[in-house]
Design a protein around this ligand. Structure first.
Ligand SMILES: [Cu+2]
Length: 237
């Protein structure tokens, strides 16, 4: 590439960055701090378990991965939920994007979702058979709804809580809705990773929850070096 091709890009970038420094970023309370972390399993990764399928095998198959503890060969834990216990003030969620949980191949997809308190989860059924969504939370309203294929059932969750959802027709089907008190909640991916940004410097207390491994605390300091790194080890209770 010729140097002349690069000049306009650089010329645009500088005033934009300057404007951000002087006006927009300060006005919107954007912070430069970030946290990057990983949740790993302490000890050897447990072998992936299977659960037998006892009904509707024509569609659901003969067995299913247990999915309640997904650990990679590098011991990274999927579907752990990480949140900041002492979130900065004004941490209300910004844009509320749609949260969906499908029932597909007789499995809830995704298994773990986060929704802000007051937000709605749309439950779907892509399977050519009857499912059901059943939950008996403590702080939120209980529900038990039959769900034929193609019907969307929106459920609103008012209070922060971790809610377990089951399908009564297929005993192996479980999902979790984590109702968040603020926007600093994350679900770990297959690499066990999570990240938070837009944080002011400071000391943060994290909570890490996993359906099989329970809850544990961690702490991390957001300072000069970005992002602040944190590794969390979880083990069998
Ligand atoms: Cu089902």
């Amino acid at each position: 590439m010729s140097p002349s091709g690069q000049r306009p890009r650089g010329a645009l970038r500088t005033p934009a960055a300057l404007a951000c420094l002087l006006l927009a970023c300060a006005a919107h309370g954007a912070f430069a701090g970030s946290i990057k972390g990983k949740v790993v399993f302490s000890g050897a990764a447990p072998p992936a378990a299977k659960v037998p399928v006892t009904i509707d095998q024509y569609l659901c198959g003969n067995e299913k991965p247990a999915d309640d503890l997904q650990v990679s060969s590098a011991r990274e834990i999927r579907n752990a939920v990480v949140w900041i216990e002492n979130a900065p003030p004004d941490s209300t969620p910004t844009a509320t994007k749609k949260v969906e949980v499908d029932q597909k191949g007789c499995t809830f997809v995704p298994r773990v979702v986060v929704v802000p308190a007051g937000g709605t989860v749309d439950f779907l059924n892509s399977d050519r058979l009857l499912h059901n969504i059943h939950a008996t939370p403590k702080a939120n309203v209980s529900f038990n709804r039959t769900q034929p294929m193609g019907r969307t059932i929106p459920i609103t969750f008012a209070q922060p809580e971790i809610v377990r959802i089951n399908c009564d027709l297929h005993s192996w089907m479980t999902a979790w809705v984590v109702v968040a008190a603020h926007r600093f909640y994350a679900v770990t991916g297959a690499d066990g990773g999570f990240a938070f940004d837009d944080l002011p410097p400071g000391q943060y207390k994290l909570q890490i929850w996993h359906e099989r491994l329970g809850t544990m605390p961690a702490s991390v300091t957001v300072g000069e070096q970005q992002p602040a790194q944190v590794n969390v080890e979880m083990k069998m209770r």
